[in-house]
Design a protein around this ligand. Structure first.
Ligand SMILES: *Cc1c(COP(=O)(O)O)cnc(C)c1O
Length: 229
C-alpha cells in the first residue's frame, strides 16, 4: 500500500479510538522516531500538528529536513546535559526534565529565545522509586517526591514555561495504578502552578488507560507508523 494511504488509515483508526474513549479534547503527538523525514511531511499533510522524537542526533537533522514551520516538535527522550543546547534548537516542548542539572542546562540554552521553551517534568512511575537508594532508573523520571522542588526551580527561569507532567507506563505491568498516580501528582502540581495542566501519558499499548486518568497529550508511534525495526 502507498505510504500516505497507510498512514491515513492508521491515523483515522487512532483518532477514532481516542474519540470513542473520551469526549475531552486530547492532543495526539505522533512519535516519529526511527522514521524518515518524508513520513513527517506526509503526516503533516494528514493534519498532524505535533510530532515526538527521542534522540537528538536523529531529530535535529530530521527537523531541518522537514522544514515545516508550524509543526510542534516534542522531545520525549531521556536527556543528557551536553545535548540540551542542541535539543533547544529543534524542540518546542521538552517532556523529559527529571533533575535540577537539566533545568540549569536548559536555562543556559534558552537565554536568547524569543518565546519560552515548554517543559514537562517526567515522573518515574515505577513502584517504590522513592525507596531506592539510586533513583536513576534506566527509564528516567524524577521520583514523585522531587516534583515540587523541580517545579519551583523551573518556575524561576523566565525562558522556561512549566507545562505539566509526563510519565511512561511501567513495562509489562498493569498501567492503571501508574497513571492514577500521575494524575494525583498532576493535581498537586496544579495547586502550586495553575498553568501546568498537561499530563503527557499513554503510548500505543496503553493510551486508553491513560485517557481514563486524565491524559491531555498522548504519545503514539507504532499504531500510526507501524512497528519500528
Ligand atoms: C517510543 C515512545 C513512545 C511511542 O511508543 P509506541 O509504543 O510506538 O506508541 C512514547 N513515549 C516515549 C517516551 C517513547 O520513547
Amino acid at each position: 500500500m502507498e505510504r500516505r494511504k497507510e498512514l491515513e488509515l492508521n491515523l483515522d483508526e487512532v483518532r477514532q479510538a481516542i474519540a470513542a474513549h473520551t469526549e475531552r479534547d486530547v492532543s495526539l503527538i505522533v512519535v516519529t522516531k526511527t522514521w524518515p523525514a518524508s513520513d513527517v511531511s506526509l503526516l503533516y499533510g494528514l493534519g498532524v500538528t505535533d510530532v515526538g522524537e527521542n534522540r537528538d542526533q536523529e531529530a535535529g537533522p530530521k527537523h531541518d529536513e522537514v522544514g515545516i514551520a508550524d509543526l510542534t516538535w516534542h522531545c520525549i527522550g531521556q536527556l543528557q546535559t551536553n545535548k540540551v543546547k542542541s535539543v533547544a534548537s529543534w524542540a518546542d516542548v521538552v517532556h523529559s526534565v527529571d533533575r535540577p542539572k537539566l533545568v540549569q542546562a536548559l536555562a543556559l540554552a534558552t537565554t536568547s529565545r524569543p518565546t519560552p521553551l515548554k517543559v514537562l517534568i517526567q515522573v518515574n512511575l515505577d513502584q517504590q522509586i522513592d525507596d531506592q537508594a539510586d533513583a536513576d532508573s534506566v527509564r528516567g523520571g524524577a521520583a514523585p517526591s522531587q516534583v515540587a522542588h523541580l517545579a519551583s526551580a523551573i518556575a524561576k527561569i523566565p525562558t522556561l514555561e512549566l507545562a505539566g507532567v509526563m510519565g511512561v507506563g511501567p513495562l509489562g505491568q498493569d498501567p492503571e495504578p501508574a497513571f492514577q498516580r500521575l494524575q494525583a501528582i498532576s493535581h498537586e502540581l496544579i495547586r502550586e502552578h495553575p498553568n501546568a495542566t498537561w499530563i503527557s501519558a499513554g503510548m500505543s499499548q496503553d493510551f486508553q488507560v491513560a485517557v481514563n486518568y486524565g491524559a491531555t497529550h498522548l504519545r503514539i508511534g507504532s499504531n500510526v507508523l507501524g512497528h519500528r525495526s
